[in-house]
Design a protein around this ligand. Structure first.
Ligand code: ZN
Ligand code: ZN
Length: 361
């Protein structure tokens, strides 16, 4: 079975060793079996491709013959049994091939990926909350005020961590850069990484006197009132994300706030796109003779004219009292007529119906 190592790594046949490394790094990280959603089979494939393509001799063999022959055996088109099928992953964990040394894969990957991926930005926790809306609020939108107890920027020092009016001095740990650069030597090469300076939390400056409210952290846990603009026409179960409204963190950016919307049911109406739909029970005589009916809409009372000879299931439309779109043009109310037949007839009524029957009605 011919394998395409270039395809496996998603690279060109002319890829340089650096490009091979880069592709391997990305894919190995993606498929690492220790990771949630990892894929051991793919991970092995990626490793195999990487080992072959990083080895000049094996890569040349592979390029020439479409496969790699066992160590020691000379390349030859007829050397069928000596192929690379049945790749043994355990070779790598024993460090026998490719990488050398007695390092195991876990070490390699924690070194390779743990904290070494360029600059890491600290981020506060995301918060999820639930908000219940009345049906009307969901239709017309509303500015909702929400009280939230969370870690937020300190109001006394506006996040600087310094007492009001204090002097700020250049941080000695990072020389005012706010970041500390580290070189990591791994068997796959040297990689530079940067981390936020812990002394100044990335500000590059430290206050001479710390803020008393937050003890210099720049953040405190307090109750916040958050105003959320809920858009008109929001549906039950929809999620609103407020970027940066989650938990604040010292020396990093705040998380996000996720608001899950629950809409209460309405006693009369249900939503169908931009229309509001309801059923209306009409007496048989009203259906035959026509009538006027009071309907409580979201905009107050409306008189609905029921035409004579309305039929069962007929839909009457009240224009412009439905759900607004983003240009504030509103849908309609759709009233479905349900003709209610009397459950019982008085002797008198029965006589009259019998008369109607003789008339052919
Ligand atoms: Zn403060
Ligand atoms: Zn610093």
């Amino acid at each position: 079975m011919a394998k395409n190592y270039y395809e496996t790594l998603g690279i060109d046949k002319s890829a340089t060793k650096d490009e091979v490394k880069k592709a391997f790094r990305t894919l190995a990280h993606k498929y690492h079996p220790d990771k949630k959603g990892g894929d051991e089979a793919k991970f092995k494939e990626v490793n195999e491709a990487y080992t072959i393509l990083m080895d000049d001799k094996k890569r040349a063999e592979y390029d020439a013959y479409g496969r790699v022959f066992s160590d020691g055996q000379g390349p030859g088109p007829g050397a069928g049994g000596g192929g690379f099928d049945g790749f043994d992953f355990s070779q790598f964990t024993q460090g026998g091939q490719g990488f050398g040394g007695d390092m195991n894969f876990g070490d390699i990957f924690s070194e390779f990926f743990g904290g070494g991926r360029g600059e890491k930005v600290k981020r506060g926790r995301d918060i999820s909350i639930d908000v219940e809306l009345s049906f009307e609020e969901s239709i017309f939108g509303i500015n909702k005020k929400i009280l939230l107890n969370k870690t937020s920027q300190c109001q006394t020092c506006s996040g600087s961590g310094g007492a009001p009016g204090t002097e700020f001095l250049t941080c000695k740990t990072c020389n005012g850069k706010g970041k500390i650069r580290e070189m990591r030597n791994t068997i796959l090469g040297s990689f530079a990484s940067e981390r936020t300076c812990g002394t100044c939390n990335g500000h590059g400056k430290v206050p001479k006197e710390k803020c008393k409210t937050c003890a210099g952290a720049g953040v405190v846990r307090r109750e916040n009132e958050i105003s959320v603009k809920i858009p008109a026409g929001i549906e039950d179960g929809e999620m609103i994300r407020l970027t940066g409204a989650g938990e604040a963190i010292t020396g990093g950016s705040p998380g996000d706030l996720y608001i899950k919307v629950h809409v209460k049911r309405h006693a009369t109406f249900r939503k169908d796109g931009r229309n509001l739909v309801t059923d209306l029970k009409v007496k048989l005589s009203d259906a035959l003779l026509g009538a006027e009916h009071n309907l409580q809409t979201l905009d107050g009372n409306v008189t609905l004219k029921i035409p004579a000879h309305v039929t069962f299931g007929e839909v009457l439309r009240i224009k412009g009292k439905g759900v607004p779109d983003d240009r504030n043009k509103r849908g309609d109310i759709m009233v479905r007529i349900i003709i209610e037949l009397p459950k019982s007839l008085s002797r008198d009524a029965r006589k009259k119906i019998e008369e109607l029957k003789r008339e052919g009605i």
